[in-house]
Design a protein around this ligand. Structure first.
Ligand SMILES: [Zn+2]
Length: 118
C-alpha cells in the first residue's frame, strides 16, 4: 500500500513536470516572438527616425537656402543619399511601405521617388 502511494506521487510529479515543461516551451515561443517583434520595431523606428531627420534637414535647407555653405555644393542632399542607401540596403523608402524590407524586389513607388529627385 505504501509503495503504491509513493508510485502514485511520483506519477503525479511526472505529470506536473510534463505540464511545466510544456508551459516553459510555450513561454519560450512567446518570448522569441516578442524578441522578433521588438527587433522589427526597433528597425522600423530607426528607419523612421532617419526619415524624419531627412525631412527636418530638407526643411532647414529650404529655410536657409543661401546660408548653407558647409555642404559640398552640387551634390544631391545628404537626405537623398540616406534614402538611396536605405533603398540599396533593401528597404522601402516610399510612403506606402516606408522602412519595410523589400525582399529583393524593386518597388515602383520607391523608384518613382528617385525619378522625382533626379
Ligand atoms: Zn516601396
Amino acid at each position: 500500500m505504501r509503495n503504491r502511494q509513493i508510485f502514485d506521487q511520483v506519477s503525479d510529479m511526472e505529470k506536473q513536470i510534463g505540464e511545466l515543461y510544456q508551459q516553459l516551451g510555450d513561454l519560450k515561443q512567446k518570448l522569441s516572438e516578442l524578441l522578433e517583434e521588438n527587433h522589427r520595431l526597433a528597425m522600423e523606428n530607426h528607419n523612421l527616425r532617419n526619415h524624419l531627420d531627412t525631412i527636418e534637414e530638407g526643411k532647414q535647407k529650404s529655410s536657409n537656402k543661401k546660408k548653407s555653405t558647409k555642404k559640398k555644393d552640387n551634390l544631391p542632399s545628404e537626405g537623398y543619399d540616406n534614402l538611396a542607401r536605405l533603398y540599396d540596403e533593401g528597404f522601402h523608402i516610399c510612403n506606402l511601405e516606408f522602412g519595410r524590407p523589400r525582399r529583393n524586389e524593386d518597388c515602383m513607388f520607391c523608384l518613382e521617388f528617385f525619378d522625382k529627385t533626379k
